[in-house]
Design a protein around this ligand. Structure first.
Ligand SMILES: [Zn+2]
Length: 411
């Protein structure tokens, strides 16, 4: 693919220009989905794409598809993209990078005068962040048939305005069909974790996303007077929960490769300083890239809680609240990404995504994979989110190579 190369400075300038829409005092961006700021970001993207010769279409979820035509437009498109919405105090790169890296590929192909056989679509998925409408990864989920369109459009924000109403209001309630065929989907994204930077690697070839199992654990003892009930007669539910939480944390370290396990909520009844707690309810969030390993972890979690409960004479109820399977990306695309990084002389490693992404929704639609690039300190969902221009350019170069190989060079 001699003669085609991305322009890293142009990519950076586009990122910085987009970051000005909803710029926050701390140097980040705040563009909640389907707000006026989201509309401005969408409008800017559409303007840029049309200036680059793309045809823009919008579907009923407000997903934007900018198409660079191929020489055979009967072929399904090779697709790349991500999201432009952010957290309320978000960064300049999460999502935006994947969208603008796709645009940079289009611009680079234009500069080089290269035509591809299959068309190339750069997509902006609606409401990835879930910060306003409380669901998240919505646009790609509806496109992939994983979520119902009407239910998604009826989804209200905190003020009772629905996604459907807000799409109409900002002018992005389109008519393009959902679920159309896609030849392959690639998403470039900052890692949002510390691994690549810590190991001095430029490219993370993402093998898939973690499965997730969540539980609500209810520990029941008996309330009693803090002054009169002797220690050896107590059934202290909070003490039991505390021992369980410690044991749950240790489970993570017993399993290799290590799952991530979090207890993030604890409720105590009656929550009074001078009553022995009669009930404690806490949550467990466990994640691992392998479903079988996660199932083994779940059994271990149940076991350690049961042992503590038995020792302390407490009743225990563990309810499974969420179960999401791990996502495996396409083996051939993953191999193509590794080979492209190798050819470009970029330090790389295989990696799993700790966060959910639009690409995770696309695996049932098309061969799908992701490219990660380092971000400073692994910090994300934060105004301080930062990435190096040269790393962003390198990830975009890998993206270009694999997209063009998939779309095929014409002539
Ligand atoms: Zn993102």
């Amino acid at each position: 693919m001699a003669g085609i190369g991305i322009d890293g400075a142009r990519l950076w300038d586009s990122l910085m220009a987009m970051a000005e829409i909803g710029a926050t005092p701390g140097g980040g961006s705040g563009r909640l989905a389907l707000t006026d700021l989201d509309r401005q970001a969408r409008d800017l993207f559409v303007d840029w794409c049309e200036a680059a010769g793309c045809q823009v279409r919008i579907d009923r979820m407000g997903n934007i598809f900018a198409r660079r035509a191929g020489t055979d437009d009967t072929l399904p498109p090779v697709m790349t993209g991500s999201h432009l919405d952010t957290q309320p105090l978000g960064g300049r790169f999460d999502g935006v990078y994947g969208v603008l890296a796709g645009l940079e590929v289009v611009r680079a192909l234009n500069d080089a005068g290269v035509a591809t056989r299959a068309p190339l679509d750069v997509v902006v998925w609606t409401d990835e962040e879930g910060a306003r409408f409380k669901a998240g990864i919505m646009g790609s989920g509806v496109f992939a048939g994983l979520q119902d369109l009407e239910a998604a459009l009826a989804n209200p924000d905190g003020d009772g305005r629905t996604m459907g109403q807000e799409l109409e209001r900002i002018g992005y309630a389109g008519t393009a069909p959902l679920g159309t065929p896609v030849a392959a989907f690639l998403e470039a994204h900052i890692e949002q974790g510390p691994r690549l930077e810590a190991e001095g690697k430029t490219i993370g070839v993402v093998l898939g996303g973690q499965g997730q199992r969540c539980f609500r654990v209810t520990v029941t003892g008996a309330e009693g007077h803090a002054g009169t009930l002797p220690m050896d007669r107590r059934r202290d539910a909070l003490l039991g929960a505390a021992r369980m939480i410690d044991a749950v944390n240790l489970v993570a370290f017993r399993h290799q490769p290590q799952p991530v396990i979090t207890v993030g909520r604890l409720e105590v009844r009656p929550n009074s300083p001078n009553t022995v707690p009669g009930q404690a309810v806490f949550t467990i969030d466990s994640r691992h890239p392998d479903d079988h390993a996660l199932a083994v972890v779940a059994e271990d979690l149940r076991g350690v809680c049961a042992r503590v409960a038995a020792d302390a004479g407490l009743d225990l109820d563990i309810e499974a609240t969420t179960e999401r399977g791990a996502v495996a990306f396409d083996g051939e695309l993953v191999a193509d990404l590794r080979a492209a990084a190798e050819r470009l002389g970029l330090a790389q490693r295989d990696i799993y995504s700790g966060a959910g992404h639009d690409a995770c929704n696309l695996v049932g639609v098309a061969p799908t994979a992701m490219i990660f690039v380092p971000c400073e300190g692994g910090i994300s969902h934060n105004e301080a989110e930062n990435a190096k221009p040269e790393d962003l350019a390198a990830g975009c170069e890998v993206l270009l190579q694999v997209l063009v190989a998939r779309a095929g060079v014409a002539g």
